[in-house]
Write a protein that binds this ligand. Structure first.
Ligand code: THU
Length: 132
């Protein structure tokens, strides 16, 4: 697996748009959907803290609202290169055909990039088959 440089760069650019006056922790995300289109997102905080939306979910909601339901790779940019939170992983799983094949790139400010798959990070996600 070689890092998706375009996706990582777009995640870094999206991070500049983060609205995070409460935590001061900015996050950017960029995902590639099945038809190749890229959607980006940043975290959007709210004075009612629980309403905060993570960067990854911002990008996913943009993707779905444009009619695409399949993510193939996602990049996340933060100060320190952390992986998506559990809520975002569960949200991503909803739109993966196979979580083992969906790449996750996590970039930090030093230019380092970590690589995972969604299945690495959430091996037992709850999906449609759980409801059968
Ligand atoms: N955040 C994200 O955007 N993505 C994650 O996966 C974890 C956390 C945001 C939410 C909040 O605005 C800030 O990071 C601190 O928790």
């Amino acid at each position: 697996m070689s890092a998706d440089a375009e996706l990582i760069e777009l995640a870094k650019q999206a991070r500049d748009k983060a609205y995070c006056p409460y935590s001061g922790y900015s996050v950017g995300s960029a995902l590639r959907c099945a038809d190749g289109t890229v959607y980006t997102g940043c975290n959007v905080e709210n004075a009612s803290l629980g309403l905060t939306i993570c960067a990854e979910r911002t990008a996913l909601v943009k993707m779905v609202s444009e009619g695409c339901h399949r993510v193939v790779a996602i990049a996340v940019a933060t100060k320190d290169g952390v992986a998506p939170c559990g809520a975002c992983l569960q949200f991503i799983v909803e739109f993966c055909s196979d979580p083992k094949l969906v790449d996750v790139w996590v970039a930090n400010e030093k230019g380092e990039v970590g690589e995972y798959t969604i299945a690495d990070l959430l091996p037992h996600g709850f999906d449609k088959s759980s409801l059968d």
